[in-house]
Design a protein around this ligand. Structure first.
Ligand code: 5GP
Length: 205
């Protein structure tokens, strides 16, 4: 499964994603490459692979991204090789990416992609979370808020929409989505041989 989570900056998507990763050993985060500078506390290879614009260009030119997009004047891309390796090992991959990436991932693998959008309860709440996070300058926050409505307007391109007003409830909904999607018949290869064997079993005891 390719599980994509999007939201405007500050809606709590990263916190939801981290908790889901912590609770599900078979789910791994796709670590994007970005040309933006690391924020305080971010480490190369953990939140992102931080690369220079020229390096990003070269990677994109070689087709190394499953998708890439420009977001807030920086480039972000999902590295194809690590995603393929995870899927080959039967793992589910979580993407914390924007609406452009969600669309591209869905187009590349429609049957395997599950798209979840996280809504903030209000624009005032979004602004407050961005300010209290205090990771960005006032300028950057203003730009992120300016983009938020454009991102929210894409809600109908997603399979599920979660309202993050109460974190625990929003998280329970996200986990329910991941569980139910994982239980779908088409995602469980064990069923067919199991049923074949079941039907082959003798009724004599
Ligand atoms: P931030 O700079 O706050 O970490 O991320 C800015 C935006 O870029 C977020 O909406 C985030 O989900 C998105 N983003 C991060 N990585 C990728 C990626 O690889 N592809 C796309 N399309 N968007 C990404």
């Amino acid at each position: 499964m390719l599980l994509v989570i999007s939201s405007p900056s500050g809606a709590g998507k990263t916190t939801l994603a981290r908790r889901l990763l912590g609770d599900n050993a078979n789910l791994t985060l796709s670590i994007s490459a970005t040309t933006r500078a690391p924020r305080a506390g971010e480490r190369d290879g953990r939140e992102y692979h931080f690369v220079a614009p020229a390096v990003f260009e070269a990677m994109a030119g070689r087709g190394e991204f499953l998708e890439w997009a420009e977001v807030h004047e920086h480039r972000y891309g999902s590295p194809r090789a690590s995603i393929d390796a995870l899927l080959d090992h039967g793992r589910d991959v979580l993407f914390d990416i924007d609406w452009q990436g969600a669309g591209a991932i869905h187009q590349s693998a429609p049957a395997d992609t599950v798209r979840v959008f996280v809504l903030p309860p209000s624009m005032a709440d979004l602004a407050e979370r961005l300010h209290t996070r205090a990771q960005d300058s006032k300028d950057v926050i203003a730009r992120r808020l300016g983009r938020a409505k454009g991102e929210i307007a894409k809600w109908s391109q997603y399979d599920y929409v979660i309202l993050n007003d109460v974190f625990d409830r929003a998280y329970a909904e996200l986990q329910a989505i991941y569980r139910a999607e994982g239980l779908k018949r088409v995602r469980n290869r064990w069923i067919e041989p199991f049923v074949r064997d079941l039907l082959d079993q003798s009724l004599d005891d």
